[in-house]
Structure formats: structure tokens, C-alpha cells
Design a protein around this ligand. Structure first.
Ligand SMILES: C[S@@+](CC[C@H](N)C(=O)[O-])C[C@H]1O[C@@H](n2cnc3c(N)ncnc32)[C@H](O)[C@@H]1O
Length: 239
């Protein structure tokens, strides 16, 4: 099986939506790592809330991480899967949080204009058919100087990182996915990480897309060498 794209991927996320929160709860450090990446946006906790785009918000785990890092933020969660969005929208959110269905590589065309003060994209970029196009679409809706944090499975350069990822997928993640009836989605997860950029290659991709001050930060625990936060800014001065 190759990786899933477009409608096939959305359908797989729709199917997995009811079990998604249970699956991520079984992943050690999932929520803590998201919160750590969201804090790396460096948003003010107090004062007027920044308007943050949570791109590929899924069932809202990343939305909650943004709010934990910046409790006064206004957050627009965007996702292509109606099933995932339905789960997100059903949760109890403070005022200023909304959810919209759109494809990440056509944000402005879908009426998601911003301009956003910050963007958080957790476990999204590896899933899109054309990451360069998605990064261009994201830049279009960012205010000058706005911050971005991409949280993604991006292997380090070591052979052991690939071996560890395959071992974790085959021994834990894929068997659990099969039990829930979502074998295809979790095989996609395994393969899409192997096929995607290494951490260094993704940082270079962000620079080519015009982002500035790009930094790659590791995450602790079993995800060391497997998951990274990429923090950067859109060019220009923040208002
Ligand atoms: C692995 S989930 C991550 C959800 C959430 N950010 C989290 O951290 O738990 C990836 C999400 O990206 C969405 N997605 C995948 N491709 C997309 C695209 N082209 N446009 C918008 N959303 C997309 C999926 O529907 C899914 O909900």
C-alpha cells in the first residue's frame, strides 16, 4: 500500500474520528509534546489575544495545546475531514474558538483569510500532496512577521531513527490501529513518515518557501530524533 492522499485520506480520518482521541491518549507524551511545540510559538499569555490558525486541527488536540500556551488566543481550527471537525466542534471551548472545513493548500480560496498572527500545524504537512503549495497557501494568510510552529514526525539523519520508527509502528501503533478497524490509516502513518522530509530537509523547504528565522527543535522521550518543532516567521515586521 502507498500513502493515502486527498479524498482517500479524508475518508480514512472520517472513519477513525470516533476513536482518534483514544488512540492519541495511548501515545506517551502526545498532548505534552503538542503543548511544548505550541509554547515555542512564544505567544503572549496575557493581553489582547493573538489570532491563531490551527491548521489540520483534527479533533482539537492541537487547538487545546494552543489555548494552554496562550489562553487569550482566538483560534480558527481548519481541517479537511468533516468527521474530525465534528468531534472538535462538539467539545467545550471558550469564546473565540471556531472551526472551518478547508483544504490546507487552498486556504484563501476557501474563505480562510486571516491575517493570522500565528499558525500551528501539528501532524499535517506530511499528509498533504504538495507541501510547497501548502506552505505558500499558509504564507498568504499570515500577517507580516507572524509566527509559525510546525510539529511533525520528521526523522533525524541517523539510521537508528528510521529503525526505531518502524519498530514502534509495527509493534504498537499498527496493531492498535487494526483493532480499531483503521489499519489503512496507521499503515499510511508509518509509510508517510518514511517517505517525508528529514528534519534538515523540511527546514530547508521552509526557508525556500520564504520563511525566516527557521529553527529546528527536538522533542524529548521516545520521539527524540523522530518528531521536531520547526519555528519560523513570515517575513516583515509584526504590527
Ligand atoms: C494526524 S491528524 C492531527 C490532528 C491534530 N492537529 C492533532 O495534533 O491531534 C492530521 C489532520 O490533518 C487533516 N488533513 C490532512 N490533509 C489535509 C489537508 N490537505 N487540508 C486540511 N486538513 C488536512 C486530517 O483530516 C487530520 O484531521
Amino acid at each position: 500500500m502507498s500513502v493515502l492522499r486527498h479524498d482517500a485520506l479524508s475518508a480514512a480520518f472520517d472513519h477513525a474520528a470516533t476513536r482518534y482521541d483514544l488512540m492519541v491518549a495511548a501515545s506517551p507524551g502526545y498532548h505534552g509534546h503538542l503543548r511544548r511545540s505550541a509554547r515555542r510559538l512564544g505567544l503572549p499569555d496575557e493581553g489582547r489575544g493573538a489570532h491563531v490558525l490551527d491548521l489540520g486541527c483534527g479533533t482539537g488536540a492541537s487547538t487545546a495545546a494552543v489555548l494552554a500556551a496562550a489562553r487569550r488566543a482566538r483560534v480558527t481550527g481548519v481541517d479537511a475531514s468533516p468527521g474530525m471537525l465534528e468531534r472538535a466542534a462538539a467539545k467545550d471551548w471558550p469564546p473565540g474558538v471556531d472551526f472551518t472545513r478547508a483544504c490546507a493548500d487552498r486556504l484563501a480560496d476557501a474563505g480562510v483569510h486571516g491575517p493570522f498572527d500565528a499558525v500551528f500545524a501539528a501532524y499535517l504537512l506530511r499528509n498533504v500532496p504538495d507541501p510547497d503549495r501548502t506552505l505558500a497557501s499558509v504564507r498568504e494568510v499570515m500577517a507580516p512577521g507572524a509566527r509559525i510552529a510546525v510539529h511533525e514526525y520528521t526523522l533525524g539523519g541517523r539510521r537508528v531513527d528510521r529503525a526505531l520508527w518502524t519498530a514502534v509502528c509495527k509493534s504498537v501503533i499498527m496493531p492498535l490501529g487494526r483493532v480499531g478497524g483503521d489499519a489503512g490509516l496507521y499503515e499510511h502513518l508509518w509509510r508517510s513518515v518514511l517517505d517525508f522530509d528529514t528534519a534538515g530537509a523540511f527546514a530547508a523547504r521552509m526557508r525556500r518557501a520564504g520563511f525566516v528565522d527557521v529553527r529546528v527543535l527536538p522533542l524529548p522521550g521516545w520521539q527524540w530524533g523522530i518528531t521536531h518543532t520547526f519555528v519560523a516567521r513570515a517575513p516583515g515586521a509584526a504590527a
